[in-house]
Design a protein around this ligand. Structure first.
Ligand SMILES: [Zn+2]
Length: 86
């Protein structure tokens, strides 16, 4: 189908392409429904419908040349008390 042939472009661009080449009643609804169920797009493309989390500012470093670490991975299990991650 045109969606896969055109490298999984979104519903709007797939519709624009198909509209120039075929006539089909309710084409926009069909294209929108088809692209919403595309497995590759659902896995690879971000979901912009979900609200993003707020940005949390980091604290300034206590001294010059001190090291700061930022965890980009969240929801990891806690280490047992008194142990340090290796
Ligand atoms: Zn797709």
């Amino acid at each position: 189908m045109a969606h896969e042939d055109r490298a999984h472009v979104g519903a709007k661009r797939t519709y624009e392409y198909l509209r120039q080449h075929v006539f089909m009643p309710r084409l926009w609804k069909k294209v929108k429904a088809y692209t919403a169920t595309c497995e590759k797009c659902r896995k690879a493309k971000p979901d912009y419908d979900q609200p993003l989390d707020l940005i949390v500012p980091t604290r300034p470093p206590p001294t010059q040349l001190s090291t700061q670490c930022i965890d980009f991975i969240t929801s990891l299990p806690e280490c047992p008390e008194g142990t340090t991650p290796s």
